[in-house]
Design a protein around this ligand. Sequence first.
Ligand SMILES: NCCCNCCCCCS
Ligand SMILES: [Zn+2]
Length: 678
Amino acid sequence: MASGTALIYDEEMTTHKLLWSDPICDIEVPERLSSSYEQLRSYHLVERCVHVPAREGSEEEILLVHSLEHLEVAKSTQTMNEEELKRVSENYDAFFFHPSTYRCARLAVGATLQLVDAVMSGKVRNGMALVRPPGHHSQRNAANGFCLFNNVAIAAEYAKLKYGLQRILIVDWDVHHGQGTQYIFEEDPSVLYFSWHRYEHQEFWPSLKESDYDAVGLGKGKGFNINLPWNKVGMGNSDYLAAFFHVLLPTAFEFDPELVIVSSGYDSGIGDPEGQMNATPEVFAHLTHFLMQLANGKLCVILEGGYHLKSLGESVCMTVKTLLGDPVPQVSGEMAPCLSAVESIQNVRAAHKPYWKWLAYEDTSFLQNLSTKSHFLKTANSNPSTEHESKITNNNDTVKVDRFLELHMKNILFPVPPIKTATTGCEGSEHFLSEHVQLVKEMDKTEVEALVSGFYADLVKDNKTLLSLGSMFVILDKILKKEVCNGIATSPTAALSAAVALRHSVRLGFQRVLCVFVGDMQMIPNTEDGKMLIINICEKEQSGKTSCKHYFSLNWKEDAEGNDFFSAVLGFILPVAYSYQPNLTVIAVGPNRNLGISGISLLVALIQGLAESRIFAVIEDTEISLMQNVAKLLVGASTPAFGIYVPPTQEKVNRIKALRDQFQQEWKMLQCSGDIFI
Ligand SMILES: NCCCNCCCCCS
Ligand SMILES: [Zn+2]
């Protein structure tokens, strides 16, 4: 299992710069690279990464994507004077040449390929390349939007050629549409390209019709190009997370890529003059964390845009911290996507329904009663409450944004506990003990009995249960005190342990405890006060207990061969959990679990993004291999390959949709169709 995070940076890429005045290009400055690198150093992140040197991309590698003519023009600029450079630059939309541009662009390509090699060879698990000039706007025969060579597109072609890959996912979270990348892979089903971008109904640059949600790819490539247009500015954390839950992640898990490459632009972050969006740096930790669960963790993050230096630097650090396996910080802001975002999400799901199994039963009846697109425009403008008030009056006030970020990041960056996981030394734990794991000593009997008093005392029959409860209390204390990040214990009665753990956690002061219980829960604590939210994934409806705001019984029986649990995790559990914003998560697996090990592993892996990754897992002691899988995930291993993809049945899709329709006003991250507002 590969480990380690590569960081690729070469100061020489700061020599490319604008020699004349150009109000469009003057934001793409060398300091974007140097200040991001300095920020990484200030957070002591550089020394934790594996340093991989950049190199020059070869002409042959560049010709994987670009025409010989384009290469020759770029090469010829090295010896030009300023006048000539200016003239050549005017042939392109928003691009400038400097005598060192060609050299820097080749270093950007080479740095990107070095990262692909480091990840594909297993030298590291993942990594980031800080490069400029960026790449995602450049096309076969043209420079465009500050980009000369399409670093990420070349990387994808290179990986296919050198490693025989057949499925590569490119996620472009830059705020501009990577039209260059779209054109290059439009007919190619082996490269799934996803981009969100500021669009404002084709008003915003590059103002292309083919940037809209109905550009789904061409020929054999149909379905493998996903455009999510943002038709308003001010999009924030909840909009971005909703786009991942309801569009990108279900598709990505069905696609099951062998490698994930991110066109990582941070102009989609707060304060950026181009994006005018509201998403704060920690959201990139969540987006990165989700993508780390694909392709067995093989993730290459390549810098694209980002023009507010402080916002860029903080977001780069959040990304690298997460690549290193640090706990994911709590995401800030109200967890409620705005109407415009939900409409875009609904439109892109409808557009892709013909191409993806997970969308087979998507309800697209809204298209019929839509007279024209203007229908949504009307609703969007009709209730202003559905838009985000901008945190910063205008992003152009750089100093104000600096101030905001200074304060905002203070309470985000918590000390990473030295020990990742605490365990009880239970059966099978010897397999994963390492310096990241701490064995907790047993608690003495009388103390445990005192803690278990009242409610459950009579239920604690034997010594074994008592001891298991005892070590559970010790683990919960350590998690609360942030001595450890998470913990795992086995129990002869997971249901009892979970119930006791929930009460104990609330008594310890955790205000919102999320409990995901797999199997039949037997005893269900009272959730009226909202201090707990329970999602019980069980085979049959718990007797007489119907779902309510803080208790969900999700009937799910997995098909034998594979696991169709993705749609429940991505379409229901995560949206509810993110809406609830717990400060502790308890995962419990009881007897006769109705989910496969890979489904549970996926759930544990994805849910680590909550509660600053504070998770307590309690597993029925008969489930040794499950315990080991979960323990490895808590210590920081990548999600194992999650078996054969089985699309959800219509009955299961309808069950999720029914719960969504019923609770999407309480838990707004469930929203993925605009109907609710009409
Ligand atoms: N009115 C023309 C605006 C051009 N803006 C180019 C932005 C390129 C961003 C690269 S991430
Ligand atoms: Zn951009």
